[in-house]
Design a protein around this ligand. Sequence first.
Ligand code: FDA
Length: 322
Amino acid sequence: MAGVLSNPLRPAILAAARSSRIERAITRAPVTKSLVERFVAGESRADALAAAGRILGSGRAVSIDYLGEDITDPAQARATVEEYLVLVSDLGGLPGAAGSPDFCPLEVSVKLSALGQGLPAGGEEIALGHARAICAAAQRHGVWVTIDAEDHSRTDSTLSIVRELRSDFPWLGAVLQAYLYRTENDCRALSGPGSRIRLCKGAYREPESVAYQSRADVDASYRRCLDVLAAGDGYPMVATHDPAMISVADEMLTRRDGDAEGFEHQMLYGIRDLEQLRLVEAGRRMRVYVPYGTAWYGYFMRRLAERPSNLKFFLRSTLTRS
Ligand code: FDA
C-alpha cells in the first residue's frame, strides 16, 4: 500500500510545490484542470457550497477551506478574510445543517499563512487579528473553525495563536501532525476538556531534525498520539485515509466513550468516498475537508506527492495529451 512517506519522488514533488516556475508550467497545462477537479470542489464559493450541500445530504459534515497560503501582501490577507466572512455567512444558511451543542456539521479550515502570518512586519499579530474576525463571524453563524497546520517553522506561532483564540472561542480546532517529533507532547498539552484536535500524519517536506522520515515511524507516532488523545478529555478528529489508523482510532475511541459521539473521522474531498460513506452507515461522525479557490497549486501538489499512482496518472495524462 502506498504510504505517506513511501513515495521516492515525494521530496521532489513537495519541493516543486514551492516553485513558482513549475507552478506556472503546471497550472497552464491544459490537462491539469480536470485532474485538479478530483481533489478541489471548484474555483468559486458557489462550487464549494454546492459540494457542501451534497456532502451534508449524505449525512457527512464538512470543513471548507478557501485555498491560499504563504501570502506576501497584506491586501491579499484582507481579501482572504473577506472571502471567509462571506463563506461562513453563506454556509450558516445551508439547509439541513443543524447540529447539536457538541457537534457542528459546518466548519471552515483556515491557514494562518493565508492571513498574513508570514508577513515580515507584525505577521503573527496580523494573522491573529484576522483569525479572530473569522472566528467571531463563524460563531454568529453557527459554524466552527479549525486552524490548519503548515510547515514546522510555523508550529510554535500557530499553536500560540490557537491558545490565544481559544480563550474567546473554546470550540476552535487545531491540527497536529504526527510526523513531527514534538507532536506527542503537543497532544498532551492541548487535549484539555472539549479541545478539538485534528490529528493528521503531515503533508509537508520536513527535515530529519524535526520529523520522522519513514512510514513506519510516522504510523507509530500516529498511534502514540491517538493514545494520548484517547487518555485526554478532548474531542479527537481522526484525519486519515489509512485503514489501519482508522480502525485503531475507531476501536480505541469508541471503547473510551462507550459510544461514537466523542470523536469524528475526517477525510479529504475526493479521497476514499466509499469508505467515508461506510463510516456514516456504521453510525460514525464523518467530516469531509472541501477545498475551493483558484490557488489550488500547493494543495494539489501535496495530494500528488502522497500517492505515486496519482502522480503516474497525472504524468500519463499530460504526456498523452501533449
Ligand atoms: P497515507 O498517506 O498513509 O494513505 C493511506 C491511504 O489513503 C492510501 O493508501 C490511499 O488509499 C489513501 N490516500 C492517501 N492520500 C491519498 C491521495 N492523495 N490520493 C488518493 N488516495 C490517497 N496535513 C498537514 O500537514 N496539515 C493539515 O492541516 C492537514 N489537514 C488535513 C485535514 C484532513 C481532514 C485530512 C484528512 C488530512 C489533512 N492533512 C493535513 C493531510 C495529511 O497530513 C496527510 O498528508 C494525508 O491525509 C495523507 O495521509 P493519510 O493519513 O491519509 O495516510
